[in-house]
Design a binder for this molecule. Structure first.
Ligand code: GLN
Length: 487
């Protein structure tokens, strides 16, 4: 079955009406996933576990639970008891966690069926999809292009209709950027709404768990079950909300768009945003062009790198080949650690560890790291100021379709020649800096390649954001059907 054109609720109806049995559904999902294994989107296919799992509850129809028997895949930095969990890194390529992450546990309790663990740029550090230790994942729309990352396999799975939803993580933009390149929905809720217990950390002050789906309604179904306070995660908040029953919004909205972003837009993207804004206004909403201190915008990439690399050094210090993970031989424990880390990590990770460690040297902490945290606060203050004028902040997740693989420089995505525009590639990081909910939806196609649109709301306004996203999704679908964006 291809899940591209069916909602989770429709699928649920088919299961409840016995048009398809849970076992048939899971088996056919696995058979289909097998056809895609050559793409590297999965690190582990969980065939045996999934079938054993569905057999446990397949006969007990759970009419009220939309997630009953629904297949999904999970990013491989999320702990699954007794199932290989590698974080996309060679150093963890033999790690079988003795416990489940809270998010895994919740979906198990809901009797959803995990059919595989997906590829990611090593330890979540990257945005290309090329650097999972098991191989490259590329864009299904064009094999010469990136699918983006770090949640590359989870993006691929929903983009190809292999599963109706997948789990991702997002420290900078790892759900919302690839969603744009793949023409699907990617949502990172307010910081702390979904437990990170059992999710391998990259940079804990920025890390979020979120999901990929094909539409907003499915996203609401999943969030209904997964927004939960968790005692085991000290950054967890109680932000549980009933999304699905409340997706309708009748309020008039003040949409905001940053003036500096507009300056760098051109061609079809620019014209499409203009058309889209006009339709919002026709519906009685406001579109307000807002100022954002350009110095602060320009600082985003540096601040992200300083904070995430430094946190990444300390969170990954436990990967030493001693306690768990792949161990290389050595004369003493120091040599074992050095050899294990030298062989176990790829270039991106090593580069980030070097830069991060430099800032963690005691003489640099005040000079560099503390300063970047202060600038982070200034950025958050600037966002707060903007939200005094508007309700929903719109960003282009990218101004172009997915970049070509050959344009990846070293281990990162292409660099811009124009320094003035560099901030555009990292705009989505704003919502990791202040923790606001942020979602990417499909928007237009340029030469048959998808480009998404990204919407944000104040922290804890997740319901409002999904309500507006539902409205925007319907509007964009209508405009695309009417050929409004065609040129
Ligand atoms: N692309 C960003 C990076 O390179 C984001 C990573 C993420 O969100 N995990 O770090």
């Amino acid at each position: 079955m291809n899940f591209k054109n069916i909602t989770i609720r429709e699928l649920h109806d088919k299961l409840v009406n016995k048009e398809i049995s849970p076992k048939e559904l899971i088996k056919s999902t696995i058979e289909n996933a097998k056809k895609h294994l050559g793409s590297n989107f999965l690190i582990t296919l969980c065939e045996k576990e999934a079938i054993e799992n569905v057999e446990k509850f397949s006969s007990k129809i759970d009419e009220k639970n939309f997630l009953w028997s629904i297949p999904y895949v999970s990013k491989d930095n999320i702990a699954t008891k007794g199932i290989l969990t590698t974080s996309g890194s060679k150093i963890l390529s033999n790690y079988y966690p003795p416990f489940d992450a809270t998010i895994t546990e919740i979906l198990n309790e809901k009797n959803s069926v995990m059919i595989g663990k997906t590829a990611l740029d090593e330890l979540g550090m990257g945005g290309t999809g090329l650097f999972s230790f098991n191989g490259e994942v590329r864009n299904p729309y064009d094999n010469e292009r990136l699918i983006g990352g770090s949640s590359s396999g989870s993006t691929y799975a929903v983009c190809e209709g292999i599963v109706p939803f997948s789990i991702g993580t997002d420290t900078g933009d790892s759900i919302r950027k690839p969603a744009s390149f793949a023409g699907i929905v990617g949502f990172k809720p307010t910081y702390g709404s979904i437990s990170r217990y059992g999710v391998a950390p990259y940079a804990p002050s920025l890390d979020h768990v979120g999901f990929f789906t094909n539409n907003i309604e499915d996203m609401a179904v999943i969030c209904d079950s997964t927004f939960k306070y968790d005692l085991k995660d000290f950054t967890s908040i109680d932000n549980s909300i009933k999304f699905l029953d409340n997706l309708n919004n009748k309020k008039k909205v003040k949409f905001g768009f940053i003036k500096h972003v507009e300056k760098f837009m051109e061609g079809k993207v620019k014209r499409s945003y203009e058309k889209f804004f006009n339709y919002l206004k026709k519906d009685g909403h406001k579109v307000i062009k807002v100022d954002f201190d350009k110095k602060l915008l320009d600082a985003i990439p540096a601040i992200y790198m300083m904070i995430s690399f430094a946190e990444g050094v300390s969170t990954n210090a436990n990967l030493d080949g001693i306690k768990f993970g792949l161990r290389q031989p050595g004369e003493d424990y120091k040599q074992i650690i050095t050899n294990s880390r030298t062989k176990g990590f790829g270039d991106t990770v090593k580069r980030r560890f070097i830069i991060g460690s430099y800032q963690l040297k005691s003489e640099n902490q005040e000079l560099l790291l503390a300063k970047s945290k202060k600038v982070r606060r200034l950025i958050v203050n600037e966002l707060n100021k903007i939200y005094e004028q508007i309700d929903i902040l719109i960003f282009p997740p990218s101004l172009k379709p997915a970049p070509l693989v050959k344009n990846v420089l070293g281990t990162d995505v292409e660099e811009r020649e124009d320094n003035d525009a560099a901030f555009l590639d990292d705009l989505l990081i704003l919502s990791n800096l202040n923790g606001m909910p942020s979602i990417t939806l499909p928007f237009i196609k340029e030469n048959e390649l998808p480009i998404g649109i990204n919407l944000n709301a104040k922290p804890k306004e997740d319901l409002f954001l999904l309500q507006i996203s539902k409205y925007v999704e319907d509007l964009i679908n209508k405009l695309n059907k009417g050929g409004e964006f065609d040129e």
